[in-house]
Design a protein around this ligand. Structure first.
Ligand code: GLY
Length: 577
């Protein structure tokens, strides 16, 4: 692993500049610090984390403070009505995967979305889409186990941000426009915004003032400030029991859902063992099932470790081809084997073993695509989810990916609380014959709905270490593209000697097996696109893939380099001293 100061000049520099941004512009220098680094998709969330470090907190304190602030400032993507995965790697070498994923309500059944008479897309819009939220319990448990500051301290900045407001950035404005019917994407406006207006008016009133037409307007969420203050005063009980829990249950039921106050009272986060792998001398830690993220990241890394990606060159058609073929194989296994390990056996050890990768690698042909059967169903362009990465001076690292699933989740706002509820139920295989929001399919019963079960995720908070020290911390939003965006960022650093800002800015590509389409960001040169077509790939070029990697690279001397994704409006910063 290397970064700018260690990189050879000449060809490597020219390549890195060419690959510096999705728009082809040079990436700025990464933020740097020796005393801690916080990278989030919103400047105020980053400042909340930095304030925790400056007050003497560790990476866990900073990550939880930043996560609550990210919940307030990225309501299209995540919030206390959703769930989160927290990957912690302590300076002493211990690592934990805290699973605060939503669970299916007790009254759920495998065929609940196939009943006659349900409104359109019931796993996406309305009360039936809502899983029992896990974020508040998860953040409280992370602080209790590994933090040094109180929940009230961690919530301080987010209460202020909710009460006093924050400026909406251009990324968030895109989603507000889509939702309020001003979108240039007619499909989204027609299907979602119209449905939203007629069915969930509360949401529109709170989040969509008529004059919210340009970035920079101030979004205040006074009801959410009250809810966060209640949690600060009384702990997670204030969310999972009593008045707020009853209001959540009532709101989901009013909009056709089945979530009860008992579901909320019964919710528990789970601490799991991270998925482990290695990649070119690094130890890789990522998130285990019920995420598919960690297994797929390790599986693809194992597969491509057998190829000379460095020799192929960053962004070459050979590198993209080999990576895309590896992605396909990992996503095919995802569809067959991955689900909640508390309900279905998941062969994590086999899928992440090098022996299995050796077997699969033989199916990758250097010059042509592997045959893929199955329907070609276009993945949708929509997503919610947000990622943050934190390191501290002591050597602790935390990666949190937090989600309400689709943009603005189920669109159900709990009256008087500011809580916008998730639509995470769509991450289950809700219909064996149809893809979900992200075009993902399940080919077995592993991810069918069951009471209390967690829906399969793609979130992949990931940390890599070398010689016992943290070297890379990252993750992304973007549904299944989380997996590919995260591993490409790491590969850009490890194989192509990019610094962390170059690595997260470089153009991305994505393949998820079904549909059999290779998606490429528009900055890829035309000759590369043609060479991929010549190998047999069906290529779709988009200006930008909806992803947002927020990453940190730690140099061998302990300097922490942070990089926000230019596709969003984030900030990387460390403490003043
Ligand atoms: N809801 C997106 C994911 O968990 O993958």
């Amino acid at each position: 692993m290397s970064h700018r100061s260690f990189r050879a000049a000449g060809l490597a520099l020219a390549l890195a500049l060419l690959w510096a941004s999705p728009l082809g512009a040079a990436a700025p220098e990464p933020a740097r610090s020796r005393t801690g680094m916080v990278v989030t998709p919103h400047p105020e969330a980053t400042r909340a984390g930095v304030a925790a470090l400056e007050a003497g907190g560790n990476a866990i304190d900073a990550a939880v403070a930043a996560a609550f602030a990210m919940a307030v400032t990225q309501p299209q993507s995540n919030g206390i009505g959703g769930g989160a995965f927290v990957l912690v790697r302590l300076a002493d070498g211990r690592a934990f995967a805290l699973d605060a994923r939503e669970t299916a309500p007790a009254a759920s059944t495998p065929d609940m979305y196939l009943q006659p008479g349900l409104p359109e897309r019931p796993s996406l819009l309305g009360g039936l889409a809502v899983g029992t939220p896990g974020m508040v319990a998860g953040m409280a448990l992370a602080l209790e186990k590994w933090g040094t500051q109180s929940l009230a301290q961690a919530l301080g900045p987010s209460i202020a941000l909710a009460a006093e407001g924050y400026e909406v950035g251009s990324y968030q404005q895109t989603w507000v426009d889509r939702l309020s019917g001003r979108s240039a994407i007619p499909r989204f406006s027609a299907v979602f915004a119209k449905g939203l207006r007629t069915r969930f008016g509360e949401m529109a009133a709170i989040h969509m003032p008529e004059d919210a037409t340009e970035p920079g307007w101030v979004l205040r969420q006074p009801d959410l400030a009250k809810t966060l203050s209640a949690i600060a005063a009384d702990g997670p009980r204030a969310f999972y029991e009593g008045e707020i829990a009853r209001a959540i249950a009532e709101a989901t039921q009013k909009h056709g859902g089945i979530l009860t106050a008992e579901d909320l009272a019964a919710y528990r986060p789970v601490v799991r063992e991270p998925v482990r792998g290695t990649y070119r001398g690094l130890e890789v830690l990522s998130f285990p099932p019920p995420s598919s993220g960690g297994v797929a990241v390790v599986q693809v890394l194992n597969l491509v470790e057998g190829f000379d990606l460095r020799g192929f060159g960053a962004g070459s058609s050979a590198a993209i081809h080999h990576l895309a073929e590896a992605m396909k194989l990992a996503f095919a296994d995802r569809a067959a084997h991955l689900g909640d390990p508390d309900f279905t056996p998941v062969p994590v050890e086999k899928l992440t073993s090098e022996a299995y990768a050796d077997e699969l690698r033989a199916r990758i042909h250097p010059d042509r695509v592997a045959v893929v059967d199955g329907p070609g169903i276009a993945p949708r362009d929509d997503q919610g989810t947000a990622h943050l990465s934190v390191t501290d001076a002591a050597g602790n690292a935390v990666a949190i990916t937090s989600t309400i699933n689709g943009p603005f989740g189920s669109m159900v706002m709990v009256p008087g609380t500011g809580i916008l509820l998730n639509n995470e139920m769509d991450d289950f295989t809700t219909d064996p014959n149809a893809p979900n929001l992200y075009g993902l399919v399940g080919t077995t019963s592993a991810n069918l709905v069951e009471p209390g079960k967690r829906p399969l995720s793609s979130m992949a908070p990931t940390i890599a270490t070398k010689d016992g020290k943290v070297r890379f911390v990252g993750g992304s939003n973007g549904g299944p593209r989380i997996i590919t965006a995260t591993l490409l960022s790491m590969i850009h650093v490890v194989d192509h000697d990019m610094d962390v800002q170059e690595a997260v800015s470089a153009p991305r590509f994505h393949h998820q097996w079904r549909p059999d389409v290779l998606q490429l960001e528009g900055a890829h040169p035309a000759d590369v696109v043609e060479a991929l077509r010549a190998r047999g790939h069906e290529v779709k070029v988009a200006d930008e893939l909806v992803t947002g990697v927020e990453a940190i690279v730690v140099g061998p001397d302990g300097t922490q380099y942070g990089a926000p994704d230019p596709r969003r409006n984030g900030l990387a910063a460390g403490p003043a001293r």
